[in-house]
Design a protein around this ligand. Structure first.
Ligand SMILES: [Zn+2]
Length: 252
């Protein structure tokens, strides 16, 4: 079975509705390749390693969360950008990338898929463009949340606890995958007792201690590796062509 580039683009757009978001990267078809699509590869980031693995899989299209083009780039096709683009163009492979729309999708998105693995179902949203999720989830302590994350994600986390947090049970957990450390204050305002995201920056450690809310950094890549395969598998199944997820490990 096969489909076409345009059908695939329409399917991704219909599902993820990029027009609803203000983003800092173009969402949709970032690099145009062949029209006939039989094999789709999904991944987190359009790195050279992922593109090479997709070529080895004889992919006709790649679907990622982090594409090639971001606001603030100088636009020159040199160095790593040339290397990645050249591989895609020489092999006539389509690159589809969806950033915030992929974080946000209520069923297949990064936030929903991470929540599903932890038993968290968002009952409210917060932060820029309402991307943050918050749920009722009882834990004995923030430490217990971190332990569950380490088990599910298979990697260590960074936990910053406020004083005396060890004795404090947790009822409300907030999360936003990837680099959402700037959502911390909005999470606190929304009633979070623990906030989980991929990365921590220096200011959040102080805020955690001063505001009495624990902060857990569980990995940018680790928290964002569930949305891409979920969307790609869903669309591939609906259109009857094959899909494979390739996880290129990233310690960040
Ligand atoms: Zn990200």
């Amino acid at each position: 079975m096969h489909t076409t580039r345009d059908t695939l683009r329409q399917a991704f757009d219909a599902l993820l509705q990029p027009e609803r978001f203000k983003d800092y990267s173009p969402n949709g078809l970032q690099v145009e390749g062949k029209s006939r699509i039989e094999r789709l590869v999904s991944g987190v980031t359009a790195s050279q390693a992922l593109i090479d693995a997709a070529i080895a899989e004889r992919a006709d299209a790649i679907f990622v969360h982090h594409g090639l083009f971001w606001r603030g780039q100088n636009g020159c096709v040199t160095g790593w950008m040339k290397q990645r683009l050249q591989r895609l163009l020489v092999h006539d492979i389509n690159l589809f990338a969806y950033h915030l729309p992929l974080d946000a999708h209520p069923q297949w998105g990064n936030n929903a898929q991470l929540g599903q693995r932890l038993g968290w179902v968002a009952d409210a949203h917060f932060g820029e463009q309402d991307l943050g999720c918050i749920a009722s989830a009882p834990y004995d302590s923030a430490q217990a949340v971190a332990q569950q994350l380490e088990q599910v994600l298979g990697r260590p986390t960074t936990l910053v606890q406020p004083p005396h947090a060890q004795e404090r049970p947790v009822r409300r957990v907030a999360w936003c995958t990837g680099g959402a450390q700037s959502y911390f204050e909005a999470a606190i305002a929304a009633g979070a007792e623990v906030f989980v995201t991929g990365e921590i920056s220096e200011p959040q450690a102080h805020l955690a201690r001063e505001m009495g809310v624990a902060f857990i950094a569980a990995g940018h890549h680790a928290t964002e590796r569930y949305g891409s395969p979920a969307v790609a598998a869903h669309v591939a199944q609906a259109h009857g062509f094959s899909h494979v997820f390739i996880d290129i490990d990233n310690p960040a």
